[in-house]
Design a protein around this ligand. Sequence first.
Ligand code: TA6
Length: 298
Amino acid sequence: MASIQETQYGELACLEITLGEAKLLMARQGAQVLSYSRGEEPPIIWLSPTAQGRAGRSVRGGIPVCWPWFGIFERNPKQIQGQYLGTDAPQHGLVRGVEWHLEGIEDSDAGVTLGFTAPPLSADWPAAALELRVRLDDRLHIELRSENRGAQPLYLSQALHSYYQVGDIRQARVEGLDGCHYLNTVASWDEQHRQSGQLTFNAETDRIYRDPPERLSIVDPVLARRILLTSAGAGSAVLWNPWVDKAARLSDFPADGWQQMLCIETANVLERRLALAPGRSHSLRLAIEVQPLAVISR
Ligand code: TA6
């Protein structure tokens, strides 16, 4: 059975869930995972050392939920833009900074599951329901379920904007994207590229991969571990590291923070946006597992 404690992170009401050697910190605001660690190992999910827990603002790090659009609103497909009647369209959608409702907790020896529902969105967006289920066992499982509660087709883009901790981004690599098409949005939103081999990092990286495989890995020789990501329902993967210059411009982000983090965002964006018929739903799923890297004997 898990231990579940109410706690605070700055202004935010949080839950600290401990199950064996695993520890998870979640904010009710945004149903945002803030941190996730196992035993004495460095955290798996990165939380900025200068992050603030402020009401109404997403915390820098963890797993923010981007919904019902990803990224800059004006970069989204016209069907999505046309659905929103509001005047303020914040980056990454409308649900990161609002209080979600904890529907229930299922706890057993095998693991613990928490279910959250987002508050009804304003009349500026079509009728929809959004749920997040987080399960902690020997892995961390996340499911984001969107349902069209209206009478018209519902278009949306979304991401689990996960910040992973690495020992040194300059020595880390991502396996699994070989052959995938991607946009390098740092340079252009129009030019398609194709990934060749593993992805390594030596500059600001902000890429949208199309049709990624269900399994991706972050190989981290510094921390001697592999973070294995298994997803379902994701038509996109966004890989982001701000590097030196952008890190200096970001809120709640220390100057050298770029060295220890990498975002791999499990997503459906751009031409992989969702189109839900009335009454239909979609689940975006992610499982996060850590494995020791086999030390290659010299
Ligand atoms: O997912 C990558 C990205 O869109 C980056 O371009 C950067 O803006 C990042 O998200 C962080 O966005 P945020 O609004 O959380 O500062």
